[in-house]
Design a protein around this ligand. Structure first.
Ligand code: COA
Length: 188
């Protein structure tokens, strides 16, 4: 059953922006339930996949958690250029609330936060590009280097293009360089 939100109803949703470490246990439980229903089998015992996001947007309809977006806050090396980025992690909206622009609104909120604070690019790794294309993200073809983590163990440094999923949105006039992108950490 779909929930069709009118603009007024959307404004009544409560959006918290919280450091991950500050999320209390009962809300953490709700987060795990939401992540499990949106990404089946990815979050068996925890609310993160490879590592803990720095902060999260949590969207509540009264007591019910209906959407979340984790955010990575990092510098990366783009062809020798050190740039400050936000990374979008595990953005999801509960099934029956989808297609009400909730994800789009979260992306816009993150973009505004980034712009106010000198963040130069927002990055996402997404197999399905539709939502992000609609919001101005573009595929980039750079070769990427990152720390491979498997089952909570560092296993290797990988280096390969991620042309099927690596998307970038620019928040400043700075151009996106060619050359190797060193993520200076794990692939979120
Ligand atoms: C992707 C997702 C967060 C979109 O949330 P939403 O609030 O419905 O998004 P919006 O209303 O702002 O935009 C909807 C558009 O997103 C696009 N979209 C749908 N599913 C998508 C997906 N899995 N990935 C990317 N884009 C998607 C479609 O173009 C859709 O347009 P439509 O409503 O005309 O079909 C939601 O579908 C979801 O939670 N999917 C499961 C988890 C997931 O795949 N997350 C993406 C991780 S990168």
């Amino acid at each position: 059953l779909k929930v069709d939100l009118k603009m007024k109803e959307f404004e009544r949703l409560c959006v918290n922006v919280v450091n991950d470490f500050e999320i209390p246990n009962e809300k953490r439980k709700a987060l795990r339930v939401l992540l499990n229903s949106c990404f089946p089998d990815y979050f068996p015992q925890r609310e993160y996949f490879k590592q803990i996001p720095k902060f999260r947007y949590l969207v509540w309809n009264e007591e019910k958690l209906i959407a979340q977006m984790g955010v990575e806050d990092r510098v990366i090396n783009v062809g020798g250029d050190i740039v400050r980025i936000f990374g979008v992690i595990d953005l999801c909206v509960e099934d029956c609330y989808r297609s009400n622009n909730i994800a789009t609104n979260l992306l816009i909120m993150l973009e505004n936060l980034g712009q106010q604070n000198g963040i130069e690019f927002i990055i996402v790794f997404a197999n399905d590009h539709k939502l992000y294309r609609k919001n101005g993200y573009k595929i980039v073809t750079n070769i990427c280097r990152w720390l491979a983590i498997d089952e909570l163990k560092s296993v290797d440094i990988f280096e390969q293009p991620l042309t099927d999923c690596f998307m970038v949105k620019s928040l400043s006039p700075k151009p996106w360089n060619d050359g190797i992108v060193d993520l200076l950490g794990y692939l979120f």
